[in-house]
Design a protein around this ligand. Sequence first.
Ligand code: NAP
Length: 235
Amino acid sequence: MTTALITGANKGIGYEIARRLGELGITAIVGARDEERGRAAAERLGQPYVRLDVTDEESVRAAAKHIEQEYGVLDILVNNAGIMIWQADPRPSATPVEVFRQVYEVNVFGVVTVTNAMLPLLRRSPAGRIVNMSSELGSLSLAMDPDGPYWPNNYIAYNSAKSALNMITVSYAKELWDTPIKVNAANPGYCATDLNGHTGHRTPAQGAAIAVKLATIGEDGPSGASLQDDGPVPW
Ligand code: NAP
């Protein structure tokens, strides 16, 4: 049996990742902070649920204990949970530090909390995989291309959190280089979800595909990479 934990899997791209992994015969544990929404999603998917708020260390520790008791091992961790805070004035100079704190709590510190809690279980897997849901908005190279589509999207808190997540991905990949565990960042592209008021031009299922690919990548696959459907995302 292959076991996966997907954070923020009650809706959006995370839900689709859980659905697709389930279709591949993988036990896709739906991690969600709200019990009602989480259980409802897990029921629809026919998958197990675990309560997990990535900003609450106690709930993350309890989730790891639950997974250990139920399965003894974790093969795949998808750090998918993420938030964006939309501001009337999105200029960096008009962004309160509180916005950074809230975004970083989930998109950065939450990933570290969950990864560290699940790592002992991932180490028991013959082929552990960690996938971090990043974004093209975290790419410094794309951000600085004045002719590219990302130049106007100067959302300092969200974008810098995803840049940090990219370095976090690389840092764990290096620590785990001599183990079977691979750590990669996935860029789903611009998908229509609650995160962006459903303005994205891709479906959540399309966004899930690259995460599923990296979650199930073979021994010869990359570690410390940032990928989207058509190849690497520039750092
Ligand atoms: P979404 O539909 O808003 O889903 C976000 C998920 O994260 C929800 O399940 C949400 O739970 C959960 N979440 C938020 N805070 C949490 C916390 N503290 N603990 C546990 N779960 C929490 O957004 P999405 O578009 O699917 O985004 C999924 C990931 O893809 C995010 O990391 C996002 O940054 C990334 N991404 C999205 C796009 C895009 O175009 N949509 C593009 C690039 C990257 P609740 O239902 O309880 O709020």
